[in-house]
Write a protein that binds this ligand. Structure first.
Ligand SMILES: [Zn+2]
Length: 85
């Protein structure tokens, strides 16, 4: 499921507001990039067996960070339709 551009901006803004600056926990680099697609992690707790997470990639070492969309206040559209302007 892809994130809309607005959602990617919202994630980026959330990270800037919550961690200043957001840094990779492995290498300490701060050039992190929000990935355009949600990742579906297997989860025994979720009703459909999957838990969507926002993926952020460290552009220096490649470490992948996963964030809860709910905590970040993202409203996910289950049908993942592209919004018309
Ligand atoms: Zn890194």
């Amino acid at each position: 499921m892809p994130l809309t551009h607005d959602q990617q901006v919202a994630v980026s803004q959330y990270l800037k507001n919550t961690a200043s600056p957001p840094q990779c926990p492995v290498c300490g680099a701060s050039n992190l990039r929000v990935q355009p697609d949600l990742v579906q992690l297997p989860s025994h707790d979720a009703a459909d067996g999957h838990r969507p997470v926002v993926e952020v990639e460290c552009q220096y070492c490649g470490y992948l960070l996963h964030f809860s969309p709910g905590v970040m206040g993202l409203v996910l559209d289950e049908e993942s339709k592209e919004d018309a302007p």
